[in-house]
Design a protein around this ligand. Structure first.
Ligand SMILES: [Zn+2]
Length: 300
């Protein structure tokens, strides 16, 4: 959180030893992961990054995306997320593009804003990958040793379709090894908060019979589901070692506490964390302030 370049973004994974496992001590810092807060670090206004979210200012969202590119220092690949299990190979899209030519890369990435897919993988280190969310689960994949990276958006439907398994497969096809992959299951509405009704909860429990608590009563008293637990199980099944699967992050939790002056909430839960967009919160409160999408951004 200390350096000026990424000022205002919420970092996750900074303390993890695994991020640097492929590099020797003294080598430049490698992959970094950020969560964008709902308050713009530029002017304190909204930092919504979706120009598709209903009743939001699309021009402002485009401006926010431009600023995101500026602050992470490279073009950011953004997809049109549709709750699918489709994973895009970014290297095919960018084939032949000169390394580091930011403007040319940004130009090539523009059509992806309308490309219907929910996951993306790359071996390039000159683009950043974004996964949008407002309660759904953004997931980051880092194989520093083999130099392969990915992100995805795994909401309830994406989780039922095992998009995280599809990302691991796509990374493998680019030379990654599941045993070398570290995953961050990003902020999402937690199992204690995500009320879905009985029908969805029952189907989820049947889909994940081996995951304890995949469906359970929430703190509001109704049936709900735990996306994070199901996604962790899918990652383990895909061969990602359990100790490489991160479901929270101390640095992120501390920073959220510092910014809010509170510690009585779960920082990785979008409904509880006042710094993050939550679709559920918006539908419950109708407060325009809560309407938008944040991003998990992977900067290889
Ligand atoms: Zn919660």
């Amino acid at each position: 959180m200390a350096d000026r370049r990424f000022a205002g973004l919420l970092e996750i994974g900074a303390a993890s030893k695994e991020l640097g496992s492929g590099a020797n001590q003294g080598e430049p810092e490698r992959t970094r992961l950020f969560i964008t807060p709902m308050d713009s670090p530029v002017d304190g206004g909204d930092f919504n990054l979706s120009f598709r979210a209903a009743e939001t200012d699309a021009a402002r969202a485009r401006e926010n995306r431009r600023w995101l590119r500026f602050v992470v220092g490279r073009p950011v690949s953004c997809l049109h997320q549709v709750h699918s299990a489709r994973v895009l190979d970014l290297d095919q899209v960018l084939e032949g593009a000169v390394f580091g030519d930011g403007d040319a890369l940004a130009e090539r990435l523009v059509p992806l804003q309308d490309e219907e897919a929910d996951g993306q993988v790359t071996v390039r280190r000159d683009v950043a990958l974004a996964a949008f969310s407002a309660d759904c689960t953004p997931v980051a994949f880092v194989d520093e040793q083999d130099g392969v990276f990915g992100t995805c958006h795994s909401g309830r439907r994406g989780t039922e379709q095992n998009i995280v398994g599809a990302v691991v497969d796509a990374m493998r096809s680019k030379g990654a090894h599941a045993a070398n992959i570290s995953c961050w299951i990003g902020p999402h509405i937690c199992g204690n908060c995500y009320e879905t009704g009985e029908k969805i909860a029952d189907a989820f429990a049947q889909r994940f019979p081996d995951v304890p608590g995949a469906a359970a009563l929430t703190r509001f008293g109704g049936p709900g589901i735990d996306m994070g637990a199901a996604i962790a199980a899918e990652l383990r099944q895909a061969g990602v070692p359990m100790e490489h699967i991160h479901t929270s992050d101390d640095g992120f939790v501390r920073e959220c506490g510092k910014r809010t002056g509170r510690t009585d909430f779960m920082a990785f839960c979008t409904l509880e964390n006042p710094l993050l967009y939550s679709y559920r919160e918006y539908t419950l409160t109708s407060r325009p302030r809560c309407n938008g999408r944040f991003a998990l951004v992977l900067v290889p």
